[in-house]
Write a protein that binds this ligand. Structure first.
Ligand SMILES: C[S@@+](CC[C@H](N)C(=O)[O-])C[C@H]1O[C@@H](n2cnc3c(N)ncnc32)[C@H](O)[C@@H]1O
Length: 408
């Protein structure tokens, strides 16, 4: 594949296909969008948007962006300024134009997160971009719209969102009624907003369940169909005889306040299901199950058997090393090692612990118990699921280490 091929004809099929993307209808048909300019291309790269090709001005020499695109095996075509202007449909020159595939952003998100924003016919490109950027800043991924043709890949939306449009999941509904029905079916409470709502947002009583925040069109506001389905309609108080807030600003205020309120309303559920707690409980249960199996055939527990396995791998270990490896110290560490010494499974020489012959022999027998217990614990998991489960754990370990590593 020639990554820096030249295209000189406006009739080249790659140019013709890219020109289609200057219009909303073309983007909709192709499920692709134009990535106009260096900054937008950088945002798309950072968000892992599949970039199918990039057209760049033939006069550009070596350029760091081209080097990165080349390294990512993205075909880049040198073209004239006339071709670039035709593709972008502008009178001015944009020296880099990419084609990004956005089908994944539109794939149905299952399940939705606990807080979603439903755009009820919000139209202004700047407002759309601001809302997407604000939503991502508050950890929201799922943006829903009541407009089946909502097009958020127009350059002005991409710019106003600072590229966050590439980092959302967009679900478009055929009508406001369809959106509300689906949200209720999925257990959401619908919180609509209006400058004339009867309830102040800050004192609204939320139910302890996921929120769909609805914000309305710049002129008409939220439509009647949504109001009639809403569980709550809330207002952000204003003074100074202002009629309403800009919808982007109102969304920011509502997301911030309602997210906080939702956390408080759902606190007990959240605490019960934090990742750390779930993994901790699972880890303890696994250990207890293994202990139960081992105790039925020996006087040793899972920590001792796991230590014997580690010692077999490392050959020798200092007591200090054992403490660190098993996260045990003082009396607890002695209680782990003493029975193994007394039974002659390990011995100590010049401050280093080793497995004895008896220890090696017993370890072989313990191993089959560990293996069969693990098999029981993973009962009902297919071979693929077992592999996936191990992969998930490995990725979780790597992420934990990344979180613990101080940032440069
Ligand atoms: C410019 S306003 C629409 C004004 C429209 N004439 C109306 O009365 O609803 C656009 C959207 O921003 C949100 N909004 C604006 N001001 C608000 C306020 N004070 N309280 C709650 N939501 C507000 C609502 O979602 C509203 O539909």
């Amino acid at each position: 594949m020639n990554l820096f091929e030249q295209i000189t004809s406006i009739k080249d099929e790659r140019v013709v296909a890219a020109r289609e993307l200057a219009s909303a209808a073309g983007r909709e048909r192709a499920r692709k969008c134009l990535l106009e300019g260096e900054e937008i291309l950088e945002w798309a790269l950072a968000a892992n948007v599949p970039i199918e090709q990039v057209f760049f001005h033939a006069k550009i020499g070596e350029h760091p962006l081209l080097t990165r695109l080349h390294a990512a095996q993205i075909p880049c075509y040198a073209v004239t300024d006339g071709i670039l202007k035709k593709i972008s449909d502008t009178a001015y020159l944009i020296p880099f134009l990419g084609v990004g595939n956005i089908a994944h952003i539109l794939s149905e998100p299952t399940p939705l997160q606990d807080f979603v924003v439903l755009l009820n016919d919000v139209r202004d490109y700047g407002n759309l971009g601001t809302i997407l950027r604000t939503a991502r800043a508050f950890g929201i991924h799922d943006i829903l719209t009541t407009s089946p043709q909502a097009d958020v890949w127009y350059k002005k939306v991409v710019e106003a969102s600072r590229g966050k449009v590439f980092d959302i999941r967009l679900q478009r509904f055929p009508s406001p009624e369809a959106a509300c029905a689906e949200l209720h079916r999925q257990g959401f409470q619908i919180v609509a907003t209006s400058p004339r709502a009867p309830t102040l947002q800050s004192v609204a009583r939320l139910q302890p369940k996921p929120i769909a925040l609805v914000v309305g069109n710049e002129t008409e506001g939220v439509c009647d169909a949504v109001f009639s389905q809403a569980d709550l309609v809330v207002q952000i108080p204003m003074s100074g005889q202002v009629e309403s807030l800009n919808v982007g600003v109102a969304t920011g205020i509502s997301v911030y306040e309602l997210k906080l309120k939702l956390v408080m309303a759902m606190l007990t559920n959240y605490i019960r299901s934090t990742l750390g707690r779930d993994v901790n409980v699972a880890g303890k249960l696994i250990q207890q199950a293994l202990d139960a199996r081992l105790r039925s055939v020996s006087a040793f527990n899972s920590a001792q058997v796991i230590f014997l396995m580690v010692l077999k791998c490392d050959q020798t270990m200092s007591i200090e090393h054992v403490g660190k490896d098993m996260a045990m110290f003082g009396d607890e560490l002695q209680a782990l090692l003493d029975p193994l010494r007394t039974e002659g499974l390990i011995h100590e020489e010049s401050g280093l612990l080793r497995l004895t012959e008896k220890g090696e022999l017993l370890l072989g027998q313990f191993w089959s118990i560990v293996e069969s217990t693990e098999d029981e614990l993973l009962q009902g998991f297919s071979a693929d699921e077992r592999q996936q489960f191990r992969d998930f754990l490995r990725r979780l370990h790597a992420n934990c280490i990344r979180v613990m590593t101080p940032q440069a």
